[in-house]
Design a protein around this ligand. Sequence first.
Ligand SMILES: Nc1ncnc2c1ncn2[C@@H]1O[C@H](COP(=O)(O)OP(=O)(O)OP(=O)(O)O)[C@@H](O)[C@H]1O
Length: 670
Amino acid sequence: MNEFVLLAGSKDTRTALVNQLQEIMDGYVRMSSYSVEEELPTSLHNQLVVLSHPLVLEEQKIRACLGTNCKLIIAKRIINYENIDKLLYLPAGTKAYYVNDSLETCLESIESLKKLGIDHIQYIPYYPGIPHVEKIDLAVTPGAFELIPDHVQEAVSIGPRLMDISTIHQILDHFQLNGPGDVISQRYLRKIIQLSKRLADANQIATDLNKHLNDVLDGVNDGILTITQDGKITVFNEELGLLLGVSAKRVIGRQIDDAIDHPELIDFLFARSQEEDRWFTFGQVEVIVHRFPLNDDQSLVATFKNARQTIELERSLRSELKKKGFVAKYTFDDMIGESSTLTRTKETARKLAKTDLTLLIQGESGTGKELFASAIHNASLRDKRPYLAINFSAISEDLMESELFGYDDGAFRGAKKGGKVGLFEQANGGTIFLDEIGDSSLKLQARLLRVLQEKEIIRIGGSKIIPIDVRIIAATNKNLLQMIEKGTFREDLYHRLRVLFVDLPSLRTRTDDIPLLVRHFIRQSQHPQVTVKPEVIEKLTSLPWYGNVRELKNTIDYMLAVCDENTIQIEDMPWESSFLKSDDSPTEDPVIPDEEDELLLILRSIQTIAERGERPNRRKITEMSTDWAKPLSEQQIRSRLDVLESRGYIVKSRGPFGTRLTDAGLRFLK
Ligand SMILES: Nc1ncnc2c1ncn2[C@@H]1O[C@H](COP(=O)(O)OP(=O)(O)OP(=O)(O)O)[C@@H](O)[C@H]1O
């Protein structure tokens, strides 16, 4: 059997060459192989020795083992054709380091790559000790990964170079093997054919994909255009061709100002302004053009929508949402009032609407919290999407939970077959308004917190996590901070809800708006012609309006019903007492503590006064109350002390110790 020795510069090169040669020469020639990095034979005599590279001969160790009468062949090598397809997919003009151990080996391989026709890449030699080189993200290397600089993001390994067919023939000639030459050449060629087939297949896939994408683009109802930074058209679909009256096939690849005669459109596309949309008329058709940059390659994309069709589509979408009751009825224009407090609040809310953040609206009952939430949704980027409002004071806890989160089939007894989609899911993409959030139970608060933190829900009785994209607006007329102190509202939820906040002013603080509101409500009513006597307006402006705009509206409805001859007179006004704040009024002022809180404050001041070594009496407690949100008179203190005594929390006495806390009172305070 004919046998030769292969001496390679590295283990990797040896392995690659052995694999190549074995496959090609199998059955005709055998070889033994060594590398400088591994153990070498002691001495070689009378043999054919093939060296992988001229530099191998310079190695001391190699020269030491080369004995007498050996024939040397220095192999010619070419780039490993099996791996070059990775390079073929890189875009033309891509810059890449070619990384190897010396300038010579780099230049040699670059030369060989170029000869193979892989010349669309700008190779920059990179080797240890290179003096200065520009920073590049991509490296190509035959396997010298350890030499690649750290800043490189992507490395393409093309493996060690293989043996050229001329060297293979030199080996065959040495053994005077003329017969198998053809077979061996064929085996060599087969490898190369396999590569071109692989490339052809990849090309076919790319062609198919391209055709598919073009079909999709042509199937779209809108015109689509893409141009490069310097104005070359790369995408131009059929719909756009129809709109502009040009053939898509004829314009792709051309400069836009040369292909399309519409300077105004071209100016808009290239304008440096922030404007993203503009209306154009092409022929008879009104079109909304929307432009945006493609960040990756700095191209510009423009879509062309038929304005009439778009408006109709939006209208039908809106009527679909309306049918379900998922629309926000009000806008900021429905919010009547020109007082500086309301104007400022409206301005802030308008700005907050544009963000996508959670928002808490605080204000007394009837100040227009629901109206604000609705206006905020309509001024937000989600205005075309659903708006759902739910009131926590109106529904029981269990029902509320299933309404909000929905349930899976068989979640509980009586559950509807097939389960139920909750409001959070139905509001997806839009806004959900959680009214009277202060009335939610602690259990529900925990679930809401999860929604805010994770942006996902799990249906009752379900296990699937459902991601949701919903903006939450919450509202309350309760003092949530006091509820937190009492442990009835979660502090973490409060902070999550109050990312943004709007405090609505009470009507008492903006009495200038009352005449405007009166006129507005009359105009909206069944009797828009009714007028109001000035003294009525004056009286209305002086009332406290604990029920705010809602109370004013109800009052006007009442007066409209009782007035004669289209004029509201002072006699038409309800009894004054109906405007007072009743003790059990549901319209609690958010900053005025409710009665329980007042009792607690009184207990605390009794304790403080006693700790100071003084005698707690009504006068001192009244003095302390001047620091509270709602100071109390001595008379009011007296009635509350009576309540505290009846509950057993204090004992009133005229003696030297004055009023003092009982054990029960202390426990309650704690
Ligand atoms: N600035 C305003 N202009 C016109 N109408 C208003 C204004 N503010 C409130 N309203 C009207 O007053 C009524 C009460 O408003 P809304 O229901 O929004 O109040 P709310 O603060 O949500 O009350 P609650 O806390 O009791 O739920 C509604 O009929 C609303 O249209």
